[in-house]
Design a protein around this ligand. Structure first.
Ligand SMILES: Nc1ncnc2c1ncn2[C@@H]1O[C@H](COP(=O)(O)OP(=O)(O)OP(=O)(O)O)[C@@H](O)[C@H]1O
Length: 308
């Protein structure tokens, strides 16, 4: 199937001469949840803004459902919902009217039942008659999402949807994204919360200094770059790693009470069985064994740190 969004060799130099994007190419598949991770200033908002037709690229091309985002601007804007970072809302308008108005702006017939459903899904229904200026920051952010959903986009861009949102609301938003995906909507979100990407994304893109460092299926990424650590707690401490175990590259921890073994999860053989047998053969008694898996955060820090 052709990708729903195709980004080809996109560059962007701002009037200041700053090059925010340096040749980005990316295909986004219909129905997926793609999380874009990257440090501040990486170029995430610039890229999203170009896809949404708000910023013009310096060179390169973007198509949405086969339509060029510059030439067929109207068509592509109909398909895309954008939830921006900034909270720009009409202070004196009510929640319900703002969201309904947004639907009308996109040329859709009024649909109060749909607006009600969206507001209920976002826990905003009890605020429907409240003026926007009386809402909290988290509620305003949800109004921005409701506005974008009001015209039933096929693709939804969320620029840091949960920044400054409390934990329970963040979880609610994740559930909402899941429900949207279940209805076939493609979701692209930028985030600083790696936990968020780990929780909800199908694929993860890492962007830094205007370049895509990688785009990969989340599970494959964890398998490929993930490392595991086995920590063996010894019944009696040792002063050094026994010579018979030297080829395992173990390190001694906790004043000789633990032996630590790092291994690659991508390898066919981890060597754990052999290691445990060798420990027993060397006369070391084990009190406990624990493993931990590197998180997406470790992987991200390694990638972006390594690119500096
Ligand atoms: N209108 C502009 N004029 C000049 N430079 C800009 C403009 N907009 C963005 N930039 C610069 O381009 C770079 C990329 O910005 P962008 O907002 O795309 O990053 P981001 O990855 O979204 O960052 P954040 O996570 O902080 O939102 C930054 O260095 C920013 O200062």
């Amino acid at each position: 199937m052709a990708p729903i969004v195709r980004i080809e060799n996109l560059t962007k130099s701002y009037a200041t001469g700053f090059q925010a994007l340096k040749g980005v190419s990316l295909d986004i598949e219909e129905g997926e949840i793609l999380a874009l991770l990257g440090p501040n200033g990486a170029g995430k908002t610039t890229m999203i803004s170009i896809v949404c037709g708000i910023v013009t690229p310096t060179s390169g091309r973007v198509t949405v459902a086969g339509h060029d985002v510059i030439r067929d601007f109207r068509k592509t804007r109909e398909i895309i919902g954008l939830v921006p970072q900034e909270l720009t809302l009409e202070a004196f308008e009510t929640v319900f009217n703002t969201v309904s108005f947004s639907r009308g702006l996109h040329g859709k017939r009024p649909d109060p039942a749909l607006i009600e459903k969206i507001l209920r899904d976002l826990s905003l229904w009890d605020k429907k008659d409240t003026m926007l200026r009386f809402l909290s920051g988290g509620m305003r952010r949800r109004v921005l999402i409701a506005k974008a959903l009001s015209y039933e986009p096929k693709i939804l861009f969320l620029d840091e949807p949960t920044a400054g949102v409390d934990v329970s609301l963040r979880k609610e938003m994740w559930q909402l994204v899941e429900r949207l995906r279940a209805t076939g909507v493609t979701v692209i979100l930028t985030t600083h919360y790696i936990e968020e990407a780990e929780e909800i994304a199908d694929r993860i893109g890492v962007i830094d200094k205007g370049e895509i460092l990688l785009v990969e299926d989340k599970a494959a990424l964890m398998r490929k770059l993930g490392r595991k650590r086995l920590t063996v707690e010894l019944a009696e401490p040792v002063e050094a790693v026994p010579a018979a175990l030297s080829h395992y590259n173990l390190s001694l921890g906790d004043d000789g009470h633990t032996l630590v073994y790092d291994y690659d999860t991508a390898g066919e053989r981890t060597g754990i069985t052999g290691l445990l047998a060798a420990l027993a053969a060397a006369g070391l008694r084990m009190k406990d064994v624990a493993t931990e898996q590197s998180s997406l955060e470790d992987i991200f820090v390694e990638l972006v740190g390594g690119a500096k």
